[in-house]
Design a protein around this ligand. Sequence first.
Ligand code: HEM
Length: 454
Amino acid sequence: MNPGIMPLPPVATEELPHVGAGLRFLDAPTDYLLELRARHGDTFFVDLFGFPLLFSFSPRGLQSLYALPEEEASFGLATFDMIGFKTPAEVFADVDPAIFREALAPSRLPAQVALIDAVVQMELERWGDAGETDIFDAIRTLEQRVGFALWIAPVAAEEPWWPELKRHFDVLDQATAFVAPQQTLATIASGKAAERAALASIAELLPRILAAHDAGPARGAATVDMLRARFAGADAALAERRVLHNAINLNQGFLSNLYAAIAWMSAEVLLRPEVRARLQDEIAATRAAHGEAFRSSPEALGTMGYAAQVLMESVRVAQRSLTLRKVLRPVGFDAGDGLYTVQPGVYIATMLSVTNTQTPELARFDPAHYNGRELRPELVPGRETVSTFGHGRHACPAQRFSLHMARIVVSRLLERFELSPCFAAMQPSRKQMGGVSRPEDTARVAYRLRNAAH
Ligand code: HEM
């Protein structure tokens, strides 16, 4: 049966229809797509557990994918289909997608970097004088705590609130839907019972946090105040629910890529003495030029071009994002090797891990591949062949913000601690499908407080 694509591209099949390709994809998505690309070329169709996917990897195909209009091939609905396996649908029903761009408005950045820096310092103090930690777990916790301050209210990052919020957010963790899709089967089987219980616990906790916030000096200045003003109306219960669901969505979106990107960057810096030395020089020069409080100034942070190169390179090599557009109306798609007409229901797809490291030069980690935030154009046959924060209309609105947070976290880490990795190299997780990768093996780091004045 034709899956709704004319002319029909090569069709990837396994012995068991639907299930066979799905199981291979779940087991090792990047390796499986690399194998299919070697077998079928840059454009092919594959059915994964009943999801019809038209994959495209050529420079022209990728350019076409990022140019698809939302009304014809939707990013929003494709995302919903992917994380809808994990997140209770009632959360999405209340979410206003415009809130991300509002929350990330450049005018908010100065207050946000100052708040990020304050919470990062609190959390690094909690690490104590010395110890050993998995850098990905530790930075995930750190970012969760920062997120509670940024996207609820500063008081939410304090005791006793943040550990309890973390406990419930860990159950809801949207990233599981694409980082460990295997666990999704248990979620579906239970009717999202654990997730709904976590949601209820946050709903019970939030009014208590808001009462503490309203009683404190930061009243009126927090994201939750923006949300309360936006959703105020005659129906108080409805307004409260919308505030809750949008605060949850902001925290989850914030966490999905950034913690792994910062952890990946930290680990690369620790593994490479020359990168660490150059970054330390840049931190010292930024302090000399802008003063001790340089981390509270977006302008000062913006001058740290080498830190941007290291983060971009880390994201490039670790990106596993499965980029999807769900076709809503018949759409013409120029895949480079032909023009296809694609019918509603099919997903036009690519996976960044297949193309981001596809040449021997791109397979190497080297921050010099970037000039600031820009990849050197001679490295790729087309701009869209490599993606870190995406391209086109759905490119990440949080790129500048993410770079600033990475600069704050990594500079604080390097200044406060002597750090030594307990691993010699990192490989992206073979199983991960979506987002910035965690490593295949654990990445433990030993740390000890420096004696220096900072
Ligand atoms: C290093 C960190 C990050 C990376 C690598 C990253 C990557 C991406 C990519 C690749 C896309 C485009 C997806 C597509 O085309 O299908 C995207 C979109 C998006 N990202 Fe990020 N992201 C990061 C951090 C964040 C953070 C911290 C937030 C929120 C605070 C965020 C919010 C969003 C939103 C709302 C969109 C959708 C934009 C739209 O609907 O048009 N991202 N991100």
